[in-house]
Design a protein around this ligand. Structure first.
Ligand code: KIV
Ligand code: ZN
Length: 518
């Protein structure tokens, strides 16, 4: 295999993924995910959009300082202010990259009301400016797949001449199909002067469920960078899922002879962490990382599997970091057993993380005789609350047939404890009313979902709560053997994430989005 078959993996979970409504991550969570991406072998991490807020800037800067192997990239619209701010954040990395973009399709050109010539000049100026700051510059014609062919070739040529080192071709609205995707890249590479001096990248959205196929087709056409996110996180139907393109090229290397630097055994762990910190659970039947991706329940499948695992498995669970063990933990299990069990499940923890998880594990084992794999996964999906402004410290509910439903609650808000007793239609309603009285807010409950982690009446409940306030959305999650406690913790988690969103937008000023025109 020649180097020409090496595909660069560009992960944008922390930028395109995090910008999707409800997927807010805290500073510490972003750093944790960036660390895992770096360790897993991601070539380039798009760490955020530095101009968007002080919080975004600080996160990109901290990720740049922390990165060991990955190139750290920030996003910037086509103006000097965005580009300067972006460089200020990424310059701390060993290998920084500026990614600047502008919408080039007729619909996107109409928003800033620029003529084709005016936009071409803007591209020349801004890419040159970025290149004067940084040797590694990526340029994207947003909505490339709906941009006129001649104009697309023209602006790409300008960007290359101005110093772009990577040309990314976004399918911003998930409109293209695999044949077209391959053809577009192939034709661009053979038509645009200077194309052989840069790397072509593909950035696909999944609106028609074709993002993975389109990205792989683009590679067939000559692209050598795939932009993707963990679990396919991203706005609307999301982006190309990193785990899917990586495993497709690995398992079907016979027909897609391309290589990446990704250690696939780390996929399961990072998938679970991203699900936990974003609040976006992975669907059970999701390719590669879904709970059922390696489960064989029907009789016929089980029989085949027992005779030969290859009957129904095209890859081994351990290839993606999933190992089965029968060891059930309980309240006498020690730290070493917990660490080893979590490692089997794909979670590799540092000492401090283990300390925190062990405390939560002990609390769970006190409530539940046997702690199963699913319980531990749920435990890991509840993030650490060190940065939380609001914490639940006490809760007592009373309910029953013909009785008044009430909740007596204490919250710690910015370190000060306050208590109240509230009533409601049911225990959860009463508890949520108590939160509202203790911490006044006008967020609207959009989703309240409860699921049992395992079978049996002592099962933990995992609860998801989605809140909306002034167009900002945040999702919170929690798990507990007590459904009302899990519900309140999930509600409080969503509120804490809304507060991060509020801070990000500086109170009343609206958040800057990459979709805003520069
Ligand atoms: O989808 C898109 O076009 C983008 C660009 C900013 C690259 O995310
Ligand atoms: Zn995108």
């Amino acid at each position: 295999m020649t180097d020409n078959n090496r595909v660069v993996i560009f992960d944008t979970t922390l930028r395109d993924g995090e910008q999707s409504p409800g997927a807010t991550m805290s500073h510490a969570e972003k750093l944790e995910i960036a660390g895992l991406l770096d360790e897993m072998g991601v070539d380039i991490i798009e760490a955020g959009f530095p101009i968007a807020s002080e919080g975004d800037f600080e996160a990109v800067k901290a990720i740049a300082q922390q990165a060991e192997n990955s190139v750290i990239c920030g996003l910037a619209r086509a103006n000097f202010k965005d580009i300067d701010r972006c460089y200020e954040a990424v310059k701390h990395a060993r290998q920084p990259r500026i990614h600047t973009f502008i919408g080039t399709s007729p619909l996107h050109r109409a928003i800033p009301n620029l003529t084709m010539d005016e936009m071409a000049d803007k591209i020349d100026e801004t890419v040159s400016h970025a290149r004067n700051l940084c040797d590694n510059v990526q340029w994207s014609p947003m909505d490339a797949t709906r941009t006129e062919w001649d104009y697309l070739c023209r602006v790409i040529e300008i960007a290359i001449k101005a110093g772009a080192t990577t040309i990314n071709i976004p399918d911003t609205v998930g409109y293209t199909a695999p044949g077209e995707s391959a053809d577009l890249i192939r034709r661009l590479i053979s038509t645009v002067p200077g194309a052989d001096e840069v790397v072509f990248a593909t950035h696909c959205h999944n609106d028609l469920g074709m993002a993975t196929a389109n990205s792989l087709a683009a590679v067939e056409g000559g692209a050598r960078q795939i932009e993707c996110t963990i679990n396919g996180l991203g706005e609307r139907a999301g982006n190309t899922a990193l785990e899917e393109v990586v495993m497709a090229m690995k398992v079907r290397n016979d027909i897609m002879p391309f290589s990446t630097r990704i250690d696939s055994t780390k996929l399961m762990n990072i998938s679970r962490r991203v699900a936990a910190v974003s609040g976006f659970a992975v669907q059970f039947n999701k390719a590669i990382v879904g709970k059922n991706a390696f489960a064989h329940e029907s009789g016929i499948h089980q029989d085949g599997m027992l005779k030969n695992a290859e009957t129904f498995e095209i890859m081994r669970p351990e290839d993606v970091g999933l190992t089965e063990t029968n060891l059930v933990l309980g309240k006498h299990s020690g730290r070493a057993a917990l660490r080893s069990k979590l490692a089997d499940l794909g979670f590799e923890l540092g000492d401090n993380q283990l300390k925190d998880v062990f405390v939560r594990f002990k609390a769970l084992a006190d409530q539940k005789k046997e702690v199963y794999d699913e319980d531990l996964i749920a435990l890991m999906q509840v993030g650490s609350d060190v940065e939380d402004r609001i914490k639940l410290t006490a809760l007592k509910v009373s309910c029953g047939m013909g009785l008044e439903k009430s909740a007596e609650m204490t919250l710690s808000i910015d370190g000060a404890e306050t208590s109240v007793t509230a009533t409601g239609d049911g225990p959860v309603d009463a508890a949520f009313n108590a939160v509202k009285q203790l911490f006044e807010h006008k967020a609207r409950l959009q989703v309240y979902q409860v699921a049992a982690v395992t079978e049996g009446t002592d099962a933990q409940a995992t609860v998801t709560v989605r809140l909306e306030e002034d167009g900002k959305i945040a999702t919170g999650q929690s798990a507990d053997v007590d459904t009302v406690v899990a519900s309140v913790k999930a509600y409080v988690d969503a509120l804490n994430r809304l507060l991060i969103r509020r801070e990000k937008s500086g109170g009343d000023t609206p958040e800057v989005s990459y979709k805003d025109v520069s």
